[in-house]
Design a protein around this ligand. Structure first.
Ligand code: HEC
Length: 229
């Protein structure tokens, strides 16, 4: 995010743990290719089955709160599903950032190379500002948002999406309902906090442990925390 390979490599090289981990796994240590390989391996682990949303889809009416169901309904009626769709609620197409408004000039008017998106890969002028529509499955746990990493709150990200992808100013209560719906999409997944990276979260789903957030500090709602049933 808003960085380049020499910066990334030198940053990782300053960290003893990363130096050790890379030298254990790759004979040539920290290189751009090895970083890509490591990130791809990590991304392969990011499946998140048994989310409360999935349980609701297969018939458990009590798996979602009324506000979460309302958020899902708004997510469909506002048209978020035009882009964030399918099993992964996204991840299956590219779209321009700023379909209905100029995100970049409103942001700060400065366009970086990273802002050009897929154009950097294809060189096709039509691909300027084209980005992969991300899956929203684990979005509640993976702030900051967008390719530039400048948006830290989920609510702000939703407001930006409504404004620049749909041309709508979204009232606060709708933003909040969609945010709780998005939080219900995370199921069981590897822990995403740095200290316990890679550990698979295996807490059972039950009435008191609705699902395992993997980063307990990210939620204030006790129903969303990891814990014993
Ligand atoms: C026209 C297509 C389109 C529509 C409609 C759309 N999105 Fe997006 N969404 C995108 C794209 C493309 C990105 C990635 C943009 C970037 O990286 O700069 C994105 C990113 C996001 C992100 C940030 C995810 C992350 O991991 O960084 C959230 C949250 C999000 N969208 C929610 C929504 C919501 C909620 C709606 C409906 C109000 C919506 N989107 C409507 C295309 C769309």
């Amino acid at each position: 995010m808003a960085s380049n390979w020499p910066q990334v490599i030198s940053k990782l090289n300053r960290d003893k743990e990363y130096r050790q981990a890379f030298s254990q796994l790759y004979s040539d240590g920290i290189t751009g290719l090895n970083i890509q390989n490591a990130i791809a391996e990590f991304e392969r682990s990011l499946t998140t089955p048994n989310s409360r949303f999935d349980l609701w889809l297969v018939g458990d009416e009590s798996a979602l709160s009324e506000q979460e169901k309302h958020g899902y309904s708004l997510f469909k009626s506002y048209g978020c599903i035009a882009c964030h769709q399918g099993t992964n609620v996204g991840g299956n197409m590219y779209h321009h950032m700023g379909a209905m408004g100029n995100y970049f000039s409103d942001r700060d008017g400065e366009v970086t190379a990273a802002d050009l998106g897929r154009f950097n890969v294809t060189g096709d002028p039509e691909d300027r500002h084209l980005f992969k529509v991300p899956s929203l499955r684990l979005t509640a746990l993976t702030s900051p948002y967008f390719h530039d990493g400048r948006t830290h709150s989920l609510e702000k990200a939703i407001t930006i999406m409504a404004r620049y992808q749909l041309g709508r100013e979204m009232p606060k209560e709708d933003v909040e309902a969609i945010a709780v719906f998005i939080k219900s999409l995370a199921g069981q997944h590897p822990r995403l906090n740095h200290d316990e990276m890679g550990e698979i979260c295996t807490h059972p789903i039950s009435a008191t442990t609705r699902y395992c957030s993997g980063g307990a500090d990210l939620y204030t709602d006790p129903l969303h925390r990891c814990g014993d049933a």
